[in-house]
Structure formats: structure tokens, C-alpha cells
Design a protein around this ligand. Sequence first.
Ligand code: BV8
Ligand code: ZN
Length: 255
Amino acid sequence: MKILSDPSAIEAIKKAKNIVALTGAGISAESGIPTFRGENGLWTKLSPEELASFESFYQNTAVVMEWYKHRQEVIKKCKPNPGHYALCELSSVPEHFNLITQNIDGLHQRAGSRDVVELHGNLLENYCVRCGQKYSIEEFDDVFNNAMNHVPRCNCGGLIRPNVVWFGEALPRENLELAYNATIQSDVFLSIGTSAQVRPAADLPVLAKQGGAFLIEINTQHTVLSEEADLILQGNSGEILPQLVEDIKTLLPKA
Ligand code: BV8
Ligand code: ZN
């Protein structure tokens, strides 16, 4: 056991049939994608309401779309890190594994994870608010670069927006239900790289705990969730997760 020495954690993992991982911006920090609330977090310069909301999209389309275009460029240059790959490896160890993410960067999928439950959408997908036509990232680049003052429009004249969930918008129903169902059945719940402040995603680890799951928090800092956690593994998820997955593989024979 390299990282797991806590007897209750070892006990819980040995008996675990369902493991759930919830990830936030912190798991992508080591890939070079800035978090939201860290020292150089995106929102330290601009408030979330100014950018990630439907109102600002309509009132300040060019500003909001330039911000999202910038983030798309950052994401395209970034690669998954050992934390993403470790969760992909973990998926085949317990009987059931669910990966739920708040992130919109698609790095879990690029690391090979399948059936990723994206709660807040995916920044590399865009669609027309009027006719719903979907735009791949390449098609969107085209439209954006030829758009009048960076306000990308569909052939039907409608505005094109990123396929992400803004503040005040409902999460995709199907994914939220998948996340709730997996959470209430979880035996071990990993909360990874999230400040656990944005709801309803932030409710999931608490729900897991209420359902009797063993709650493990992996974060560089303490969060509002820390006192609920049964075990805190403090540090970089890119370093902790590969070791944790090795330990889980030792404790849990392959499903
Ligand atoms: C909803 C996509 C209802 C967009 C995001 C008032 C008005 C309206 C709504 C509300 C309100 N008050 C409360 C709400 C609810 C609101 C909310 O929770 N607000 C918070 C701020 C209080 N939620 C909503 O609005 C949600 N919708 O409630 O709808 C409804 C229902 C029916 C019908 C209509 C409406 C929608 C929320 C989704 C918002 N969209 N993203 C975009 O990205 O541009 S949220 C966005 O922020 C992320 O997706 C993510 O969820 C969140 C950021 O959180 P984290 O991922 O945790 O990132 P953060 O930087 O905070 O933390 C990183 C952590 O990693 C830190 O703890 C750090 O220590 C750690 N870390 C750093 N490096 C590492 C590390 N850990 C490990 N290793 C490292 N190397
Ligand atoms: Zn259209």
C-alpha cells in the first residue's frame, strides 16, 4: 500500500462494488487548464455572472464568445495528465464504476474514459440557439473567424453558443439522473479536484455519504467538503490518483 494506510479506507475498498469519481477543474490543472478559483483562476479576473450566464451571452455576445473561444484554444493545446489516465484504468477494476465530471474540457474522453457523465456540457461542441444545428469545433472556428465582430451566427441567422451549462440553466436531465443514481448506489465516492461549491454537482458527495458511501477527497487544499470526508488525500491528483488506483487494484480483484 503506497498511499492507502487508513484501515477504514482499506476495509471500505475491499468491500466496494460501486465506485464513483466526481471530478472538477483541479484534475485538469496539471494539464495546464486554469481552475476557476485558484490563484490564477479564470474568474478571479472576471466574475462568473459576467461570463457564464445566458444574460451576458445575449448582452455581451462578443465578450462571452471571445472568452469561450480562448478557452477552446487552451483546451485544444492541452493533454490529459496521469490523473485522467488513472481514472480510465480504474474503470475496469470494481464491479461498477461511474465517472462524473463538472469539466467541459473533454480530457477524460481523450484519456480513453468511456461513458463519461458530463454535468456541465462540453466546450468543444457548439450549437445554434435558434435552429439547434450543431457545429463541430472546426466548423465553429470557421464561422467564428469570419464572424462580424466575433458574434458567430448560423446560416439561419441564429446565434451560435457553446454546449455548456450556464449559471441559472438546468443541467442535462439524463446526465443528472445518471449521476444521482450512481451516487446513491456508491460504496466509495471519490471527490477529485473540486471546490464543491457549484450546485447541484456539489450535492453529490454529500448524497453519497448520506447513502453510506466512504467519501475520499483528493485536493491540494481543504474545501467545504473536507470535514464530511472519511479520508482526505491532500496533493496533486496527477500524483495521487495513479498510486491510489494501484492500491485499489491490489485490494480489489479485477471485476
Ligand atoms: C442550476 C460550465 C437551476 C460553464 C459551470 C443564483 C442564481 C442562479 C443559480 C444559483 C444561484 N445561487 C446558487 C445557484 C445555483 C448555481 C450555483 O451553484 N452557484 C454557485 C456559484 C453558488 N448553480 C447553477 O446555476 C446550476 N444550475 O442550479 O439551475 C435550474 C433548475 C431548473 C431549471 C432552470 C434552472 C448550473 C451550474 C453550472 C455552471 N457552469 N461550468 C463554464 O465552464 O464556463 S460551473 C464551473 O464552475 C465548472 O463546471 C465547475 O462546476 C465550477 C468550478 O468548480 P470546480 O470544478 O470545483 O473548480 P474550482 O476552481 O472551483 O476548484 C478547483 C479545485 O481543485 C480547488 O478546490 C483546488 O484546490 C483544486 N485543485 C487545484 N489544482 C489541483 C487541485 N486538486 C487536485 N490536484 C490539483 N493539481
Ligand atoms: Zn440556426
